[in-house]
Write a new protein. Structure first.
Length: 314
């Protein structure tokens, strides 16, 4: 399905050095903010107190946040879980905190702001659990990267595999760098979004790479930059349809999903935008500079070493 078709190839590779300089600057800035400011980790990673509360009617989350903020509770997360009447409050780890007393204090605040709340449970999450979650998340990220490298190496050629993984890591570092720069909370849903972006971004790279391979095999006389330009131009319509429809869904979560889905949708939005950029203007130039050519996709014809014989052989 195509909305339009561009008949003249756009010379993307002519401007590849400029795009890669932009990518390098963005990447360095993201790494700087990651080391200088660090990620604002949520309770799942740092440890803290989880409080579950049930209301007789649908809970007003904004009113709960305002009430707790007025009582001096900062860096808290308030969200629904299960239903609109069930509320979970995450509070950061503090020295010498007593979970039972914190639960009682929170309930006094909530009873004053919105009577009718009942305490379900108060649970302390230690920093060791958060450390394990962080380690498992990093391990999951490494396994996904390794799987992508192996898949692309088998399906295409090692040059494509290296280019795609560099482009994907570019996307991941950009997302983490923006969360560090603006100090947005990095939670388990955001980690899930980062892993989703890895798969989403590599899919776009595979589409472009597949068209590059097809063009090398079917068309003669084109240089490598011309082949890559043709591959990118011929997939633009598909890229707009796919990423546009996905972004509409993510935008709806960003606008209507509330605080629970906000950072998750932000991470996906950044990943989708930079995923398009990196697949077209990072991975493709890298493939070109690594020296991919038509000979990598055309099998040489086998030569008959035996002498030609005419007539019957007895």
């Amino acid at each position: 399905m195509e909305f339009f078709r561009i008949h003249k190839d756009i010379p993307f590779m002519r401007h590849a050095p400029v795009f890669n300089v932009i990518s390098l600057i963005t990447f360095v800035l993201a790494v700087f903010f990651l080391f200088y400011r660090g990620l604002h980790l949520s309770v799942e990673f740092t440890g803290g107190t989880l409080i579950e509360i049930n209301y007789a009617q649908a809970a007003d989350l904004e009113k709960i946040r305002e009430g707790l903020a007025g009582a001096g509770y900062t860096d808290i997360t308030v969200q629904n879980f299960g239903s609109s009447r069930d509320v979970m409050i995450r509070m950061p780890l503090k020295e010498e905190q007593n979970s039972a007393k914190i639960g009682e204090a929170v309930m006094r605040v909530l009873d004053a702001e919105a009577p009718g709340a009942s305490l379900r449970r108060v649970e302390f999450v230690g920093p060791q659990v958060g450390r394990e979650l962080a380690e498992n998340g990093a391990l999951a990220l490494l396994l996904v990267i390794f799987g992508i490298v192996v898949y692309l190496a088998f399906r295409f050629e090692w040059r494509f595999s290296v280019s795609a993984i560099i482009a994907n890591l570019h996307d991941i570092v950009i997302i983490l760098g923006m969360f560090a720069m603006f100090q947005w909370e990095f939670s388990l849903p955001v980690l899930a979004a980062v892993l989703a972006v890895l798969g989403y971004s590599v899919n776009e790279s595979v589409i472009v790479f597949d068209r590059v391979r097809e063009t090398f095999r079917r068309v003669r006389g084109l240089t490598t930059p011309q082949v890559i330009d043709h591959a990118i131009t011929s997939t633009i319509s598909r890229t707009i349809i796919t990423h546009g429809s996905t972004q509409v869904m993510v935008l709806s979560m960003l606008i209507f999903g509330g605080e629970t889905l906000h950072n998750f949708a932000v991470a996906l939005t950044i990943g989708i935008c930079f995923g398009i950029y990196s697949s077209v203007l990072v991975a493709s130039p890298l493939v070109m500079w690594l020296g991919v050519s038509r000979e990598h996709f055309i099998r040489p014809k086998k030569q008959n070493d035996g002498a030609n014989t005419d007539g019957a052989v007895v």
